[in-house]
Design a protein around this ligand. Structure first.
Ligand code: PHE
Length: 350
């Protein structure tokens, strides 16, 4: 009887092993292997169930059963471990495939812009004036009537104001600067009575009809030198040096008398046309000359407004328009491209 019991149980254990192994091979998810584990090896599982009947077997017979049971248990646990690893591997693979990035897909090309031609010209100008000791000075684009006009020797109602088509704001006496000249006053008031050598590059605004040749927003580069014994010769020498660095040695230059309320005397300065060399072309409107800047000796009254005693100090100032230069240099025929924000414009500039 007891022998039969023993062989019975041993048989049951062998059957269990077979069934368990077969069942394990058909599991395909971690959940299924968990369920399999509790069915066969769990506390209330089938292996435990079989071992419960060991009590009915004689003590001498028990060890064989125990040994086999342990062997099966270990074998099944190992098989489970193997199966689980395989399943995890497969699950990982599946997840990877789902999120797969196709590295063979060509990327979207980055559109690389270039430095804006206006910026390039401004930097070139600043570099040239730096060789003559001029600092770059920043001053605001929004100004008061006082700075834009009055302190530049244009009191309210002064007819010279008509030279600048001003954007007035809804705040009384606040305007968008029509030129960089108000920066002269800021700089003088900051530095007086020290000598000054600065350029002021920046945007200016005029209420103008926008055409291929004029925008209501444009650049100017102002220059200012103040000190003792500064003469018109210094102004001339500075421009000659500037023109030969910017346009090459041996430029011809001419000074035409002009009027600005904040300089006295005032001039406009031309160089021989860089395109036709003075022969006459459509760029220089067949005059052979290109106007490059307006300038003059700082008006004594403006020096005074800036905090300098005109009996002791003198200075020269100039204002040049880099936009026209940029257009010539890069063969740009419409000033509106500068602010059109079209990257193709930057791409086509060499
Ligand atoms: N501000 C003048 C203009 O806008 C240019 C200028 C600057 C002239 C400095 C003389 C001295 O036309």
């Amino acid at each position: 009887m007891s022998n039969l019991m023993q062989s019975d149980i041993l048989q049951q254990l062998e059957d269990l092993r077979q069934q368990a192994i077969t069942a394990l091979t058909s599991t395909s998810t971690t959940e299924e292997t968990r369920a399999w584990h509790s069915e066969y090896l769990g506390r209330k599982g089938r292996l435990t169930g079989i071992l419960r009947s060991v009590g009915a077997v004689s003590p001498e017979e028990r060890p064989r059963i125990g040994k086999l049971a342990n062997e099966i248990k270990t074998a099944l646990e190992e098989a489970l471990q193997e199966r689980q690893t395989a399943i995890e591997q497969a699950e990982l693979e599946a997840a990877r495939n789902k999120e797969l990035i196709d590295v063979t897909l060509p990327g979207r090309p980055q559109t690389l812009g270039k430095m804006h031609p206006s910026t390039r010209t401004l930097r070139e100008i600043a570099d040239i004036f730096a060789t003559m000791g001029f600092l770059v000075y920043d001053s605001p684009e929004v100004e008061t009537d006082e700075y834009n006009f009055q302190l530049l020797n244009m009191p309210p109602g002064h007819p010279a104001r008509d030279l600048w088509d001003t954007f007035y704001t809804t705040t009384p006496d606040v305007v968008l600067r029509t030129h960089t000249s108000p920066g002269q006053i800021h700089a003088m008031r900051q530095y007086a009575p020290e000598p000054i050598r600065i350029i002021l590059p920046g945007k200016c605004y005029r209420y103008e009809q926008v055409t291929a040749r004029s925008e209501s927003m444009f650049y100017q580069v102002e220059g200012l030198a103040v000190g003792k014994n500064i003469t018109f010769s210094d102004l001339k020498g500075t421009f000659m040096n500037y023109a030969s660095q910017m346009y090459g040695e041996g430029r011809k230059m001419r000074f035409r008398k002009h009027y600005f309320p904040f300089t006295e005397p005032s001039v406009e300065v031309d160089i021989d046309c860089v395109i036709c060399g003075g022969k006459g072309c459509n760029i220089c409107k067949y005059t052979g000359w290109l106007e490059i800047l307006g300038a003059g000796m700082v008006n004594p009254r403006v020096l005074e407004y800036g905090g300098y005693d005109p009996a002791e100090y003198s200075g020269f100032a100039f204002g040049l328009g880099p936009d026209r230069m940029t257009m010539q240099k890069y063969d740009i025929n419409d000033i509106r491209y500068f602010f059109s924000n079209d990257v193709r414009f930057l791409e086509r500039i060499g």
